[in-house]
Write a protein that binds this ligand. Structure first.
Ligand code: 0L1
Ligand code: MG
Length: 261
């Protein structure tokens, strides 16, 4: 894709999100779009968001479960970025009329105390550089009709990022084994999805390590102070007005929000 096409694609995605309007997948117009092209579109999209005044909180990993990777036929997850204007206070609400067709998934986030620079980073190194774990709910809202996309489409669309609710930061408990920590996602008090931290490429720290190694290919690093959303521990559940959503992460506590019309 040439520079004009990259910019135009990013602009379409930016306005689809800003106007909560679903659009056709980008690969309908650009069937040859590669994963590299898609990350370049994502970079353009991120520049647009920064230009419009929202800062970056940190990166997110997507497609971290075996099931989602198989479904998209990929060997490694994808990444995108979470912005300040995506943050919903814990116990707060999201407005359905500002979104397209949101889904929610329960995640575990890491707050880094030190920079992490790949290649060759391991989950153990990530854990050593992490100060806090945070239970989180991620609201994904693909800009594409029917959540239907190819891999380059979803990368270009900032990995479907839309909103995030963070729970309380917990100073990294030394004896908490995140891979076996049980996570439940509840809607209106009913458990809809359950999993353990191992659902995220074996351990959420492995996901952050993979991210550090992917960023190293672009000579980028994970920075101290950023919050990394490591990927869905549970499957994603469709939201509707009136839903009351919460997640419980063993050893880390609860996080919740409500859905308004
Ligand atoms: O956070 C995620 O795992 C979502 C990645 C993009 C795929 C999707 O929208 O389901
Ligand atoms: Mg996610």
């Amino acid at each position: 894709m040439n520079a004009t096409a990259l910019k135009e694609t990013a602009r379409l995605l930016y306005f689809a999100e800003a106007e909560n309007r679903e659009i056709e997948r980008m690969t309908s117009d650009y069937p040859d779009m590669t994963v590299e092209d898609a990350y370049r579109v994502q970079e353009e999209l991120i520049s647009l968001k920064l230009k419009h005044g929202s800062g970056i909180i940190g990166p997110k990993m997507g497609l971290t479960s075996r099931a989602k990777m198989q479904q998209m036929n990929v060997e490694e997850p994808i990444y995108g970025y979470i912005f300040e204007d995506m943050i919903v206070p814990n116990g707060g609400h999201i407005n359905m009329d500002k979104l397209i067709h949101p889904k929610v998934e329960a995640e575990i986030a890491f707050l880094l105390g030190e920079d992490i620079e790949g290649p060759g980073i391991t989950g153990e190194q990530v854990l050593a550089a992490t100060d806090y774990f945070i239970p989180a709910l991620e609201i994904i809202d693909s800009r594409y009709k029917n959540f239907s996309f190819t891999l380059p489409d979803v990368i270009a669309d900032n990995a479907s990022s839309s909103r995030v609710v963070f729970g309380e930061r917990i100073k990294k408990p030394e004896n908490l084994k995140l891979e076996s920590a049980e996570v439940s996602l509840m809607i209106n008090g009913v458990v809809k999805e359950q999993g353990t931290g191992a659902a995220v490429v074996g351990h959420p720290a492995n996901s952050a390590a993979m991210l550090a190694n992917m960023l190293a290919r672009k000579k980028q690093k994970l920075k101290a102070g950023s919050i990394i959303l490591t990927g869905g521990v549970t499957g994603a559940v469709m939201l509707k007005p009136g839903d009351s959503v919460s997640a419980q992460v063993e050893g880390l506590g609860d996080v919740s929000f409500a859905v308004c019309s």
